[in-house]
Write a protein that binds this ligand. Sequence first.
Ligand SMILES: Nc1ncnc2c1ncn2[C@@H]1O[C@H](COP(=O)(O)OP(=O)(O)OP(=O)(O)O)[C@@H](O)[C@H]1O
Ligand SMILES: [Mg+2]
Length: 379
Amino acid sequence: MPAEPSTPTKPPLPLNPQRRVVLCVGPGGVGKTTCAATLALAAAREGKKVLVVTIDPSRRLAQALGFDASAKPGTELEVQLPAGAAGSGTLKALLLDGKVVFDRLVRGYASDAAAAEKILRNPIYRATTEHLGGALEYAAMAQLRLLYDEGRHDLLVLDTPPTANALEFLAAPDRVQELVTNPAIRLLTGTGTFGARVLGIGNRVVLKALGAVGGGQFIEELGAFLREFAVVLSAFRERAGDFQELLTSAATGVILTTSASQFSVREALAFLEVLRQRSLRVDAVVLNRMIPAFPEPPARERVARALETLDDVGARELEALMDSYRGIRVQGQRSLAAVQTLARAYPSIPVWALPRREPPPNSLRELASLGDQFIRVAG
Ligand SMILES: Nc1ncnc2c1ncn2[C@@H]1O[C@H](COP(=O)(O)OP(=O)(O)OP(=O)(O)O)[C@@H](O)[C@H]1O
Ligand SMILES: [Mg+2]
């Protein structure tokens, strides 16, 4: 009897099927954007309707996702899935633009169209949304909440910005809301000199706004802006509920990406602690650009013997090869140490790995094949 044709097995993914939102977080430059695009594409190939919300992708990755210079920020682009995807799956990509999101919030939630226009024209609004620390992060959360409520997608994958302080992303909603809560009291408690401390916004923002408006008018403009913007935010919050509620619900899972460098691993551990304190569900840690552990190189004598059979140039080349082998072996050991450190600190969180690819994955086809290479290495 002929053998049953074996059904192709799906490569495993660090995705929890319960989730409708996946936040890709992690230290700077470790591959958050790449990981978000890879996971989104993999889920779409499995038949899901996926939207990846991405921030500041590298030029080549942006091209792979279909963003060219003419793409308007804030619009969803249909990504053509590579061959072999399951029938009903779709992938869209949205390039997040903080300004566009804020403008949309204002238009959607200001008391009326005239109030919206007034806010949009207010120079302090411009300066604040462009320069307030955490504004992009706030916009990301607002966008996420809106998209989630629309319910057009099975899965939303959110890339997060390269924040200098990894915690900023989670703190941003609180920070911006704090700024606009009770603006009158905030102004009244001012010390007369317009300290950034009093307003709770960065010095740079205050100076920019002062420059744009001119000193005398500034207090007035600021008061007007804060009061009107508070209306927008509270209307938005009323309808959309708290960000925190979505973030901590079972619909949302976090994937923390890190590299094996000691610095990144330390930052990843600090991030995991904050995520735990804030009751977010971390589904996986992904160790990106992992180098496998290579065996020890052959003993010196064996190499020397091998060298005897070669002429000078060959010997030098072999020496160089040995050097790079040792170098890559150190990197492999570092990857292994990173896995061990993460697994020891958080035994209940699975650690997955993605290999380092050369050249870096920059086309849709390369991202698809990277998505087939997730392996669970601990937990
Ligand atoms: N598995 C991989 N193998 C090889 N190169 C990779 C891999 N993953 C990511 N890269 C490369 O590493 C660089 C950083 O990746 P990426 O932009 O995804 O990081 P990021 O965490 O989003 O950075 P930022 O914090 O600046 O937003 C890019 O050039 C990307 O192509
Ligand atoms: Mg990025």
